[in-house]
Design a binder for this molecule. Structure first.
Ligand SMILES: [Fe+2]
Ligand SMILES: [Fe+2]
Length: 195
C-alpha cells in the first residue's frame, strides 16, 4: 500500500476512535442520575475541530483531490461531492459545539438533543470516510501518476504542511488527554458519579 494511503487511512482510524468514544460517553450521559464531566466532551469536540476539520480535510482538498481533478475529469462528480461534505462537516462541528454548551447549561435536560447532534456528526463522517476509502482511493490509484503521489505523500507526511508541528506534538497530547479524562471503562479517568 502507498504510504500516503496508509497515512490517510490511519488518520481515519484515529478520528473514528474519537468518534466512537464520543458516542459511548453520550450514551452514558443519557442517564440523568449520572453527572457527566463536560471537560471530556469539550476535549473530544476540540479534537474533532482541530484534527479532521483543520488538518485532514484541507490536505485532501489541496493535494489528493486537486491532483485527481487534474488527471481525471470522470472523478469530478465524486470529488466535488466529497469537497462539499468537508464544508457541510465544518458546519456540523459548529452545531456540535453549540449542542455541548447547551447540554452543559441545561443539564440534566438536553441529553437527547445532544445525542442527536453527536450521532448525526458521527454517521455523516463514517459515510464520508467510507466513500473516500471505497470509492475515491481505488480511482486515485489508477488515475494518479508517480509525481502526484510524491506531492500527496509529502503533504500527508507533514513535510509540506505549515502546521506539521501541531500535528506531532499536539494531537498525540490531545488524544492522551481524552483517554485520561474519559471515564472507565471507556477511558482511564474516574467513573462518573451518580448525582
Ligand atoms: Fe474527507
Ligand atoms: Fe478523509
Amino acid at each position: 500500500m502507498r504510504k500516503a494511503i496508509r497515512i490517510l487511512r490511519d488518520e481515519h482510524r484515529s478520528f473514528s476512535a474519537v468518534l466512537q468514544c464520543l458516542q459511548q460517553l453520550t450514551r452514558l450521559a443519557q442517564d440523568p442520575s449520572i453527572k457527566p464531566d463536560f471537560a471530556a466532551f469539550r476535549a473530544m469536540i476540540y479534537y474533532i475541530d482541530a484534527f479532521p476539520e483543520r488538518l485532514h480535510h484541507p490536505k485532501e482538498d489541496n493535494f489528493l483531490f486537486a491532483r485527481l481533478l487534474r488527471r481525471s475529469d470522470a472523478t469530478r462528480p465524486l470529488v466535488e461531492k466529497l469537497m462539499a461534505e468537508h464544508v457541510a462537516g465544518a458546519r456540523l462541528v459548529r452545531a456540535l459545539e453549540r449542542a455541548v454548551l447547551a447540554f452543559e447549561a441545561d443539564w440534566p435536560r438536553g441529553a437527547a438533543q445532544f445525542a442527536t447532534a453527536v450521532n448525526a456528526y458521527a454517521e455523516f463522517h463514517w459515510n464520508h470516510m467510507r466513500c473516500e476509502e471505497q470509492e475515491l482511493l481505488p480511482l486515485a490509484e489508477t488515475a494518479l501518476i508517480e509525481e502526484d503521489w510524491e506531492a500527496i505523500e509529502a503533504a500527508f507526511a507533514g513535510n509540506a504542511d505549515p502546521i506539521a508541528d501541531l500535528r506531532d506534538q499536539d494531537f498525540d497530547k490531545l488524544v492522551a488527554r481524552i483517554v485520561n479524562i474519559a471515564p472507565a471503562p471507556i477511558g482511564l479517568g474516574e467513573a462518573w458519579k451518580r448525582a
